[in-house]
Structures are given as structure tokens and as C-alpha cells.
Design a protein around this ligand. Structure first.
Ligand code: ZN
Ligand code: ZN
Length: 411
């Protein structure tokens, strides 16, 4: 085999659900194409970080791409900023933010009445971008709008730190919190001071901004979280010697891809939600396999439905992935040339409506893989497969081995 198609369904893993006859959504759903992958391949369970660890999507994706998150992960802001196209430099500190509504010193809406791009968030960002700060010397402020009520704030300058607690109180009806250093050192104090001055000045600028003139819930405040500093990180190509592509729409995944220097493909009709065009995504992935040795497809909505606790919706969406995406792929893909991997970045049990540390099912299919007896792709059947239980960091070496790109260890 010479290349790899990696299909990741975000938060696909789950737990037994009483209303589904104590089956997981994956066990409950009718997924004949996923089952074919299991029948033609080798199955197993995977702890994307380690047993019992509840991964974020960012740390787990780093691990699946073969980057140790303990070494490289600083915070989500880095990837969010890269996702909206900010050209980051080592030393920059990036925050995720929301446009919010402040009233009498209290945060009354964390999303400013769910403000969106068409309400003029780009104009709001422009008004804050390049702000001059006085409390700290030589810090450049970069502000970029993201999707809907989200934005990215980046500080660029000497001796900044990501050990800073942002200003997002995470709840409404409370005063916004001051940015605080998490550790007592100069870079952390400096960054917190910069963020507090930025937040204060932003309030002044946004309060009188024309975009807010007729809004019931004006976007007059910026709340921030997820500070992440930017580090040197080897690109995917430097690390493996071949180019990788990511087929995705979700901002953070796109951001991780950009940080790793992978090419980003956003197919026509692809969204990061349930209405995404899975057939279009499949065609884009098949096309990309003609050019790339590693094509990674990210399907987001399984995680969204899980966070909503919608187990029936999750099962139905898994069936849609099976039919529209995998059905299209399996019609065309040559399993003598392409290794197909199907897995998740973590479990998001519908009952918890949050990520959990339960391992995820994994199948690796292609010519030459050792076949096991697993007939159905799900969390329980996968346990009896040939791959047993591996860690996320084991998967990239397994892929490299099958696509004949592993370096020999020793003579
Ligand atoms: Zn995820
Ligand atoms: Zn999630």
C-alpha cells in the first residue's frame, strides 16, 4: 500500500444507552460499510492520550498526527488563531474570545445575542486590531473575527506567556473577571496586564461602535480564554518526508493542520455540522489521494450531537456517514493502494454530554493487514480485534508501517 485515508468522526465513541437497549449509538446504528471495514481489516480500541484520560479534540489530534501533546500543546488559542488565518510566530500568545454583552459591570450574554458575521463582527475586529497598549512596552495586538460570536486575540512581543487566566467568567450574571497570571513571573504578569488593558479599551471602543447602535445585546465586550503560546513545531512533511492534507471545515482542526503545514481542503458544501455534504467530502478525499500520501478527513457533527445528548440523532448521523461518506469511498478506493483508517479522537458519551476517557473503536483496512474475526464496527466488538488496545501515539507508526514509509530501527 502506498497511501492512507484517515477518517475521523469526532466524539464517535459512546457508552451503552438504556433507551437503545443498552447499546451504544454505534452498535445501534445500521452501518454496513463500517462493518465491511471491520470484516476486511483489523480492529482494536484506542486511548488517544492514555487510559482514562479525557482528551480535548486538540490534544488528541496532535497525538494522532504523531506529535506528543505533552511536548507541544500549550492551549487552544494557538490553533484557533491559525484556523482564522493569523500568521503566527514563535513567542506569540493567542486567545480564543467571544463578543459579549456587559451591562452595569456584569456579563449578561456571553455571545452578544449570538452575533454573527453578517451583523458586522469583521468591523468590530477591525476597530480593535492594532490597538496601542500603554501598560506594556512593545506589544502588538492582532484581532481577527472567527465564526459567529467568536474571535481571536493575539499578542506579539518580547517575553509573553500563556500562563494567564483569561477574562471569560464562563457564566452570566457575574462581573467579567480580570486576567490573572497563573504563575508569578514577569512574562505572565506582563501578558495579564496587556489583556486587562486591551479588555478595558475594547469596552470603550465597542460601546460607541456603529455595529452596536441598534442591538438589544450589544457586542460591547470581549471575553477571552484558552491562552496558547506558539512554539517551534516540525511540519508534517519535515517529520515524515511526505505531504499530508486535511479535509475539514472546523476551525480548530483547520488550525492544527495549518500549524503542521498540511494542505487544507474545504469541499463544496462541507460544514462543521450535521448538514455537511458527506458525498462531497468523500469525493474531495478520493481526489486528494491522487496527490497526497496521507489524507485526513474530519467529520464533526458526531461530537456536536453527543454534547447535545442526542443519541438518536447520533445514531442516525452515523448511518449517514456510513451511507454517504463511506459508501462513496468504498465504491472507488483501491484497498491494494490505500490503507483506510476509521476511528474517533475521543468518546463523547451522550449521557455525559462531555468528552470521556473511554477508549475509541479503531479499524485499519487494506491489502495485507492481518484479518481478525470482528464483524461489526463498534466499541464492544472492536475489543476482540487484532490491534487489541493501543494509544493514539501508536497509530502513526502502524500507518507508516503499512504504507511502506517506516524507517527501520537498527541495522
Ligand atoms: Zn473531538
Ligand atoms: Zn467535543
Amino acid at each position: 500500500m502506498k497511501n492512507c485515508l484517515f477518517v475521523l468522526c469526532d466524539g464517535m465513541g459512546d457508552r451503552p444507552i438504556f433507551e437503545l437497549g443498552n447499546k451504544t449509538p454505534l452498535q445501534f446504528a445500521k452501518t454496513p460499510n463500517m462493518d465491511k471495514l471491520s470484516q476486511w481489516g483489523e480492529d482494536g480500541l484506542m486511548d488517544t492520550i492514555a487510559p482514562g484520560i479525557r482528551p480535548g479534540s486538540d490534544t488528541s489530534h496532535l497525538a494522532l498526527f504523531g506529535y506528543d501533546p505533552h511536548e507541544y500543546y500549550t492551549g487552544r488559542g494557538w490553533f484557533e488563531a491559525a484556523g482564522v488565518g493569523v500568521q503566527l510566530q514563535p513567542g506569540d500568545v493567542a486567545f480564543r474570545g467571544n463578543w459579549a454583552t456587559l451591562d452595569n459591570g456584569n456579563i449578561v450574554d456571553r455571545r452578544a445575542g449570538r452575533i454573527t458575521e453578517k451583523d458586522g463582527t469583521a468591523d468590530l475586529a477591525k476597530a480593535l486590531n492594532g490597538m496601542k497598549l500603554e501598560s506594556v512596552d512593545g506589544v502588538e495586538v492582532i484581532v481577527q473575527p472567527s465564526t459567529e460570536h467568536r474571535l481571536v486575540v493575539v499578542f506579539r512581543g518580547e517575553s509573553l506567556s500563556d500562563d494567564v487566566e483569561g477574562t471569560d467568567p464562563k457564566v452570566t450574571g457575574r462581573p467579567a473577571q480580570k486576567a490573572r497570571p497563573r504563575i508569578e513571573d514577569e512574562p505572565s504578569r506582563r501578558t495579564a496586564a496587556a489583556l486587562n488593558e486591551f479588555t478595558e479599551k475594547a469596552l470603550g471602543i465597542l460601546s460607541t461602535h456603529p455595529v452596536n447602535a441598534n442591538r438589544d445585546l450589544p457586542a460591547n465586550y470581549v471575553i477571552t480564554r484558552g491562552a496558547g503560546s506558539v512554539r517551534e513545531i516540525p511540519s508534517f512533511e519535515e517529520k515524515y518526508g511526505f505531504r499530508g492534507a486535511i479535509v475539514a471545515k472546523e476551525g480548530m482542526i483547520v488550525g492544527i493542520g495549518r500549524v503542521l503545514g498540511m494542505d487544507i481542503i474545504v469541499p463544496e458544501g462541507a460544514t462543521a455540522n450535521v448538514h455537511t455534504d458527506l458525498v462531497s467530502m468523500a469525493h474531495a478525499a478520493l481526489d486528494a489521494l491522487k496527490k497526497y500520501d496521507y489524507v485526513f478527513v474530519h467529520i464533526k457533527a458526531t461530537d456536536i450531537l453527543s454534547h447535545d445528548g442526542d443519541y438518536v440523532g447520533k445514531a442516525r448521523f452515523l448511518e449517514k456517514i456510513d451511507k454517504d461518506f463511506l459508501g462513496t469511498v468504498l465504491e472507488k478506493v483501491d484497498l491494494h493502494e490505500t490503507l483506510v483508517v476509521l476511528t474517533a479522537d475521543h468518546s463523547t458519551p451522550c449521557e455525559l454530554m462531555e468528552h470521556s476517557g473511554d477508549p475509541v473503536p479503531l479499524v485499519v483496512t487494506g491489502a495485507g493487514v492481518r484479518l481478525d474475526d470482528v464483524r461489526h464496527f463498534d466499541e464492544i466488538s472492536a475489543m476482540k480485534g487484532y490491534l487489541f488496545r493501543i494509544k493514539g501515539s501508536d497509530l502513526m507508526p502502524i500507518i507508516l508501517n503499512y504504507i511502506n514509509k517506516a524507517e527501520k530501527y537498527g541495522a
